[in-house]
Design a binder for this molecule. Structure first.
Ligand code: AMP
Length: 294
């Protein structure tokens, strides 16, 4: 039993095995309750909690999952140093009135000889898919497993990871998984920086520079909205602006169809502006909708 299970034996039940998760959920099903699922990797912040609140609005019982999924990290990425603090997460989940925490160990999710990968084409090409080979395979596989394990009515994901959200909607449709996938808007710090568990990696100086990223994204989105035929030119200008405000590297800055993620040369249908940058050693992603011109 972990420290948090001892501290909060009844306030937040914690299960670590699929069989126990299903045992809890079947009890609720027998009472006629609906189930909402919120998958996370822990190190919870207000962005995660907003997903939980959205799930609460749509379902009777909310299950949060915490699993730092090794298969979605590349060999040179931050799997081992990814922030983990289950005791702090449990406090936040109790405050947010989560009904159940599912926090399986790696061996529960990937038993010996695990051999299956869910690979989604099309929407995973480009953007983060280009820089992080295998990442979306890992996410699609683990999210498929979590959905099959819990069989919720609704599952809530953040628009912060927009490509991931579109991919999840796509494979849930393609594989006929009986769940409603809901997106929730990005929760931001007071200065506009999108909340992320990885923001703790930023030094004070890097954090000060990071806040320029959402500001440049918003400026660019308005620019494109006002001059819908000059997308490439507006992006070029914004790339220079990012360099000027101290962003070390722009990995991508692209306008994509909001539903299909198809690249767009002109703003002629609902669109999303997506970006990835690097500050020091930290990679940050963010995205905003492009507003319709008045
Ligand atoms: P993570 O723990 O980073 O894997 O994220 C778990 C879920 O929380 C995903 O659906 C993310 O898109 C979502 N999420 C992360 N950051 C935010 C944020 N700032 N606002 C809203 N949702 C978020």
């Amino acid at each position: 039993m972990t420290k948090s299970e001892k501290q909060h034996p009844t306030l937040l039940p914690i299960v670590r095995a699929v069989s126990d998760l299903r045992g809890e959920i079947i009890k609720w099903r027998n009472e006629g309750r609906t189930i909402g699922l919120v998958p996370t990797m822990g190190a919870l912040h207000d962005g995660h909690i907003s997903l939980l609140q959205e799930a609460r609005r749509r379902a009777d019982k909310v299950v949060t999952t915490i699993f730092v999924n090794p298969t979605q990290f590349g060999p040179n990425e931050d799997f081992t140093k990814y922030p983990r603090d289950e005791a702090a997460d449990v406090e936040k989940l109790i405050a947010a009135k989560c009904d159940l925490l599912y926090a399986p160990p790696v061996t529960e999710m990937y038993p010996p000889n695990f051999s299956t990968t869910v690979r989604v084409g099309d929407v995973t090409e480009g953007l983060c898919g280009a820089a992080r080979p295998g990442h979306f395979d890992g996410v699609a596989t683990v999210v498929t497993k979590l959905l099959m394990q819990a069989l919720p009515d609704v599952a809530v994901f953040g628009e912060k990871d927009y490509q991931q959200f579109v991919m999840i909607k796509r494979f849930v449709r393609d594989l006929d998984i009986p769940v409603e996938v809901v997106g929730a808007p990005t929760v931001r710090e007071h200065d506009g920086l999108a909340m992320s568990s990885r923001n703790v990696y930023l030094s004070e100086d890097e954090r000060a520079r990071a806040k320029q990223f959402p500001w440049v994204l918003n400026t660019l989105a308005i620019d494109i909205s006002l001059r819908p035929n000059d997308v490439a030119q507006a992006i070029e200008k914004a790339q220079k602006l990012l360099a000027d405000v101290g962003i070390d590297r722009v990995e991508y800055l692209e306008v994509r169809d909001a539903a299909t993620l198809e690249p767009m040369e002109a703003f002629d249908r609902p669109a999303r502006l997506l970006g990835a940058i690097q500050i020091g050693k930290t990679r940050l992603i963010d995205n905003v909708p492009i507003p319709e011109a008045e």
